[in-house]
Write a protein that binds this ligand. Structure first.
Ligand code: ATP
Length: 237
């Protein structure tokens, strides 16, 4: 579903991602691990069309999206859940979710999205209890659930998630990861950037390690879990 080949991305001529190649097959969870500043968010943002690519090719299913605009990439079925969530703070949970459907529904009215809303509420019952609350007053965990829910409202085939566990209590992290696994069972394809390597390798099918913008390790998640270098650097020895 995603094929990234020899991608270079930089900021003002300073490289952040260097010659990165990776792929995500339909129905897989693929984890992208790496230290702070390794270039993980940059790689996700480049796939989503939010930062320009200096070199390389990105394909989404059968389409070359290297030069495509972010809005067109979203319409092709790719959604990004950004690290900073970017919710609409003064708007309610339901309003944030409704906006997620805009890419396919436009201004055509909300009756058609009722089933989608029910499905999100079933995935995240906590959001159902808070449907009329404004996003800015939600807890960190609820905000993360809403950010994922809003991405799902776009009916994406592929979801890029940037550090969904960041700053959350272990119980909430487990809940978020439970949903990520459920999304795979529902046929979604997921590229997951995570600092919590233990959790990510626990649910991923395959994984890549990014070090200073370069993909240095890759393979089945179980294989990476047993690698000395991964254990030392990302799993706490
Ligand atoms: P973290 O886990 O801390 O979020 P990361 O692996 O996601 O890190 P990036 O955020 O992609 O890493 O950053 C990669 C490099 O690009 C870093 O050196 C960072 O300072 C730089 N960088 C990121 N965004 C910008 C920007 N908008 N302008 C200039 N440099 C940037």
């Amino acid at each position: 579903m995603i094929e990234v080949s020899e991608l270079d991305v930089g900021y003002g001529g300073v490289p952040a991602v260097k010659g990165a190649s990776l792929s995500v097959r339909k129905g897989e969870i693929v984890a992208l691990l790496g230290a702070n500043g390794a270039g993980k968010s940059t790689l996700l943002r480049a796939i989503a069309g939010l930062v320009p690519k200096a070199h390389g090719v990105v394909r989404l299913a059968d389409t070359d999206i290297t030069e495509s605009h972010a809005a067109d990439i979203a319409r092709l079925g790719l959604a990004l859940v950004p690290e900073s969530r970017h919710l609409f703070g003064p708007m309610t949970v339901i309003e944030n979710l409704e906006l997620g459907a805009f890419s396919w529904l436009g201004f055509r009215g909300s009756a058609q999205m009722r089933g989608d809303l029910d499905a999100i509420m079933a995935l995240f019952p906590k959001l159902a209890d808070r449907r009329s609350q404004v996003a800015a007053t939600l807890s960190g965990g609820e905000q993360q659930m809403l950010a994922i829910g809003r991405a799902l409202m776009a009916r994406p085939a592929v979801i890029l998630m940037d550090e969904p566990s960041i700053g959350l209590a272990p119980m909430i992290v487990r809940e978020i990861f439970r949903v990520i696994v459920q999304l795979r069972e529902m046929g979604r394809t997921i590229l997951l950037v995570e600092q919590n390597a233990r959790m990510a390798l626990g649910i991923a099918d395959r994984a890549y390690v990014l070090e200073r913008g370069v993909v240095t390790l890759q393979g089945p998640a179980a294989e990476l879990r047993s690698m000395e270098r991964v254990r030392e650097l990302y799993l706490g020895g």
